[in-house]
Design a protein around this ligand. Structure first.
Ligand code: 5RP
Length: 232
């Protein structure tokens, strides 16, 4: 029987090999990016690769520090050469839903100043239409939760407050809450929805990432790795 590979490991490792010497690298968040961090740390130790990483969450900050990856801050750098991040869904135009790990705000800030963003996923994250396999996370200021909930319903969503295993409202690294928004038919017009959500007072950021990624690295269970570049 053919050996089963971990698609996250295949994609995460391959993306780390895209990192060039002397560059500033955005370090995404999640279990797929974990493999990128491991391989990057290996390259630093073995090849003497010189990089400065910008972490997108407290979790990634802790993991990168533990692995000995040199870090910097947005005070120190104005732009990022390459960011490697995961996604919860990605479509054929590299539009994404992100924020399953709750790091959407910092991930979007880092993506916004990145010259290139490479997304690491397994094949199950690749979808025809966003919102069909994953709820859209929306980060909200706690005071505005009820207001944003009603606005999300008016936009066709079924919002659910994200909670901890103990049942308390989940808090992001920025002290905000997350409404996970289910769209029964998927998201028909991601661009229009992003504009509408951004216009609601109390919304900090939505997990719609549109026009931010240029590369998609897909790991497969049979060990293959596909690297797709956005056309046009
Ligand atoms: C965190 C994210 C992650 O990138 C996304 O949830 C994918 O995570 P994983 O690689 O663990 O499946 O957006 O906010």
């Amino acid at each position: 029987m053919a050996e089963e590979h971990n698609p996250k490991q295949i994609a995460g490792f391959a993306a780390a090999d895209l990192i060039e010497d002397g560059t500033v690298v955005g370090l995404g968040t999640g279990s797929t990016v974990w493999f990128t961090l491991v391989r990057l740390a290996e390259r630093i130790a073995q090849e003497g690769l010189r990089v400065q990483g910008v972490p997108t969450s407290e979790d990634t900050h802790a993991k990168a520090t533990e692995l000995g990856i040199p870090l910097t801050t947005l005070e120190e750098v104005e732009s990022i050469d390459l960011t490697i991040d995961g996604a919860d869904e990605i479509d054929g135009s590299f539009r994404m839903i992100k924020g399953g790990g709750g790091a959407l705000l910092r991930e979007k800030v880092v993506a916004s100043i990145s010259r290139r963003e490479a997304i690491v996923v397994g094949p199950t994250k690749v979808v025809e239409r966003l919102g069909t396999t994953f709820k859209l996370p929306v980060e909200v200021v706690p005071f505005a939760r009820a207001v944003v909930t009603r606005a999300a319903v008016a936009l066709g969503a079924e919002p659910h407050l994200r909670t901890t295993p103990e049942g308390a409202p989940y808090r992001t690294d920025n002290g905000n809450e997350i409404l996970d928004c289910h769209f029964p038919e998927g998201i028909e017009d991601p661009e229009a929805l992003e504009l509408a959500l951004d216009a609601v007072p109390g919304v900090v950021e939505s997990g719609l990432f549109l026009g931010l990624a240029q590369v998609c690295v897909i790991g497969h269970p049979d060990g293959r790795c596909e690297i797709r570049e956005l056309e046009g």
